[in-house]
Design a binder for this molecule. Structure first.
Ligand SMILES: NC(=O)c1ccc[n+]([C@@H]2O[C@H](COP(=O)([O-])OP(=O)(O)OC[C@H]3O[C@@H](n4cnc5c(N)ncnc54)[C@H](O)[C@@H]3O)[C@@H](O)[C@H]2O)c1
Length: 305
């Protein structure tokens, strides 16, 4: 099959593109290298195009069976809200047009940040709490997608907190698993907000890729959560990391630097819909995912220079 992966030099996109190549598909990547890095694509043999998917006159030659739209301004604290919103939404509109022109399936990345500090476990149809321009852009994308459900195969994936190989170029927006693991590996006390009770549904990138691939054969167009269903506090995460790294480092607590209202303090997916529509269930638990990931970091390097 011929696949287009946008944001393919980024974290999830690069893992997806490399997996597709392994499976023998022909892959084209588009990325403007905002947070992506070509080092994520070591070993990638397909075509790489450096371009911005949100350009008004966006064009790409070639035919695709499916488009995997991972490209977005992904840091919720990116300094320009208008740019975040406009580029994310316009990029998505361009991908809808391209998918319709190609008669291609469109699988795109939404986000769990839409649920804000809403009730857990988070269900797809619960009330949304948009805490950032990033969240608003993804919510508007979901609303656009929903209107197309009966016209094309379109699947939105509300990823929870993904961690794993090739995330380090995201810098501060990389996962807590990466940041805390790196601090502890360097012998530093892990730094967390007071008092470590915030929770995350950490999902390993191999599971996120699996869900994304399963979206191709979704029963019908839909928007689903991609999480494990399990939430872990930062304090518990530090315990798991301590065990794995063989370190005994006390957490260093500090005051939350953000407005409490804009910080999502708890994420946990309700996973029923993903199971029902995609046949997806996460296979990696936190400990096994960390083990696999840190073995990869030990081989490939922890730093992003
Ligand atoms: N990683 C997570 O935990 C998580 C959680 C929820 C949702 N998501 C979504 O999943 C997708 C992938 O995220 P990621 O974690 O791999 O982040 P990432 O920042 O590593 O990847 C995004 C990629 O898109 C590229 N990009 C940004 N704007 C672009 C544009 N206009 N044109 C072309 N390329 C552009 C970046 O350079 C980068 O390579 C994003 O849409 C993100 O919003 C990720």
């Amino acid at each position: 099959m011929k696949y287009l992966v946008t944001g393919g030099a980024g974290f999830i996109g690069s893992n997806l593109a490399l997996e597709f190549e392994k499976q023998g598909h022909e892959v084209t990547i588009i990325d403007n290298l905002l947070t992506g890095n070509k080092n994520n694509l070591n070993g990638f043999k397909g075509e790489f195009k450096e371009a911005d998917v949100s350009n008004n006159n966006f064009k790409i030659n070639g035919r695709f069976d499916a488009i995997f739209h991972e490209a977005a301004i992904t840091d919720p604290r990116y300094p320009n809200d208008k740019e975040t919103y406009n580029k994310n939404v316009q990029g998505f509109k361009n991908m809808i047009k391209l998918a319709q022109k190609n008669n291609a399936k469109l699988i795109y990345a939404s986000t769990a940040s839409l649920y804000g500090n809403g009730k857990v476990p988070m269900q797809e149809d619960q009330k949304k709490e948009l805490l950032s321009a990033y969240g608003s852009s993804k919510w508007d994308m979901d609303n656009m997608a929903e209107k197309l459900f009966d016209k094309m195969h379109i699947v939105g994936l509300r990823y929870f907190n993904v961690f794993g190989p090739r995330e380090k170029y995201k810098g501060r927006a990389a996962s807590m698993v990466y940041h805390l693991g790196k601090q502890m590996k360097e012998g530093k006390n892990p730094r967390i907000f007071k008092f470590g009770e915030q929770k995350r549904d950490h999902i390993y990138v191999k599971d996120a890729v699996d869900a994304t691939i399963k979206a191709l054969n979704a029963k019908e167009s839909c928007i689903v959560n991609v999480g494990t269903g399990t939430a872990t506090t930062f304090s518990e995460l530090i315990k798991v990391l301590s065990e794995f790294l063989g370190k005994n480092l006390e957490p260093e607590y500090f005051d939350m630097p953000y407005d409490q209202k804009t910080y999502q303090s708890n994420t946990q997916a309700d996973t029923k819909k993903a199971k029902q529509f995609l046949g997806f269930k996460a296979k990696w638990d936190l400990k096994e995912g960390i083990k696999d990931y840190f073995n990869w970091l030990n081989k490939n390097g922890w730093d992003n220079e």
